[in-house]
Design a binder for this molecule. Structure first.
Ligand SMILES: *Cc1c(COP(=O)(O)O)cnc(C)c1O
Length: 444
């Protein structure tokens, strides 16, 4: 019998890490309750000072929340389960809290121009699992973006798709145009008869041709799922493609990346039949409790986008273009597509061969308090590592940065990446620059 999870293919904690963790754990085991609580506070204070005030967070998969939404996360509704329809809950005493669910659905449907939304979803990865359960059975085939086109682990064998038992093959990708290879996709779809074609991964420099993908899907009887984990804030703001209107059956989202809300997930659709199945997956299927305090915070975050979304999203894109242009001018290699430019989103990609990979390149910048990450993109590979660095401008945009600030950011990054400066020598300049951007923008 084969085990449901193939641990042989994945080594457990690497030796040196395990040693360091066990050393720290040994110290922690000696602490009494008050000392443990004090340590919790110390770590959180240090984290907030460092990451929210001293770092330039250009990490694509994050954001900073409206403080009024943050406060809602501490409300008592968070520990109240809420099972069933508003007006007919299994639990007693929910007559006020359950109205939040109606409110959330209305605000989110309006924002995404969607007829149905499922908000009882813990995360973007779970949103994808819900989509798999709605569209396919274990053993069915899905086509998804490959890791070398920023495909997400949750679409593949190591993530929710594999754990649910989907047989995953890759969507052919045209790395030169950073686009789906539509002829290749049509061939693969006809040959393999997938149940799902998953569009988008963890980096979207340009919109994808969703209508063409839908045409291919219709020919073979597949569902199109668009994973908007990164793009949900821009899509909700009308500044990027509109996947549902363009033909996607389902739109899955994370809510804490460009959306700027609490860490949660959403699935949206215009199809009544899919919506009904989706609801059944959510409850009674996958949701016992869900955190209504997050739903409340999500409403406030959504209102920010309703009011400021178009300006915020446009500034994210302007900042990304400005940063890419300035990095390129400073001699830092930047991904670009002939005729399309550097980017049409909040994302910028840097080929990372010269840094030994996306992770070592990111570690170098981390020592200068500049936070980015590795990502797989088309192009020459780096042995045992991501071959690119991914940048996202959504957080610095909320901190008030503009294209003028991006020129300064590019100079600091270039000093580390191509100037050969010691990153710790650049750190002070980063902290000094960051000091000028300490208030949040695009919040109501
Ligand atoms: C970040 C990401 C997810 C995961 O979202 P979580 O909310 O962190 O679970 C899913 N899909 C893609 C493409 C992502 O980049």
């Amino acid at each position: 019998m084969t085990a449901p999870v193939d641990t042989a293919a994945r080594p457990w904690v690497p030796g040196p890490l395990e040693t360091a963790i066990q050393e720290r754990a040994a110290t922690y085991r000696t602490l009494d309750a008050n000392a443990v609580e004090a340590e919790v506070h110390r770590l959180l204070d240090d984290h907030e000072r460092y990451m929210d005030h001293e770092c330039l967070s250009l990490y694509a998969g994050t954001n900073v929340m409206n403080p009024r939404a943050v406060r809602l996360l501490a409300t008592s509704v968070g520990s109240r389960p809420s099972l069933g329809y508003p007006g007919d809950k299994y639990e007693m005493g929910m007559q006020y809290a359950e109205q939040l669910e109606i409110l959330a659905a209305e605000v989110l449907k309006d924002l995404f121009h969607a007829r149905y939304v499922e908000y009882r979803v813990g995360s973007g990865s779970l949103a994808n699992l819900y989509a798999y359960m709605v569209c396919a059975r274990p053993g069915d085939l899905m086509l998804a973006f490959p890791p070398e086109a920023a495909g997400h682990v949750g679409h593949h064998e190591g993530g929710a798709a594999g754990l649910y038992g989907l047989d995953v093959r890759t969507v052919p990708f045209d790395g030169r145009r950073m686009a789906v290879d539509l002829d290749g996709l049509a061939r693969e779809a006809r040959a393999l008869k997938p149940k799902i074609i998953m569009v988008a991964g963890s980096m979207c420099l340009f919109p994808y041709d969703v209508p063409a993908v839908r045409e291919i899907a219709d020919e073979v009887g597949a569902y199109v799922v668009y994973d908007a984990a990164h793009m949900s804030g821009l899509i909700a703001s009308g500044a990027f493609q509109q996947p549902l209107a363009e033909g996607a059956h389902l739109l899955t989202c994370s809510t804490y990346k460009s959306f700027g809300g609490p860490p949660s997930g959403l699935v949206l659709t215009n199809d009544a039949d899919l919506a009904q199945r989706l609801e059944y997956v959510a409850y009674p299927g996958m949701t016992a409790n869900f955190d209504l305090s997050k739903t409340a915070a999500l409403i406030v975050a959504a209102l920010d986008l309703r009011e400021h979304g178009p300006a915020y999203a446009q500034m994210c894109i302007d900042n990304a273009v400005a940063l890419a242009t300035a990095l390129d001018a400073q001699g830092v290699p930047v991904y670009h597509v002939e005729g399309r430019g550097f980017t049409a989103s909040q994302h910028v990609g840097l080929p990372a061969q010269r840094y030994g990979g996306g992770t070592p390149g990111s570690r170098l910048l981390e020592r200068a308090n500049i936070l980015v990450s590795g990502i797989g993109l088309p192009g020459p590979e780096c042995p045992n590592d991501f071959n690119a660095i991914r940048i996202g401008t959504q957080e610095v945009t909320r901190w008030g940065m503009t294209p003028d600030s991006m020129a300064e950011v590019a100079k600091l990054m270039a000093r580390v990446l191509v100037g050969g400066d010691d990153p710790t020598a650049v750190r002070e300049a980063v902290i000094a620059l960051r000091r000028d951007y300490q208030t949040l923008h695009y919040i109501r």
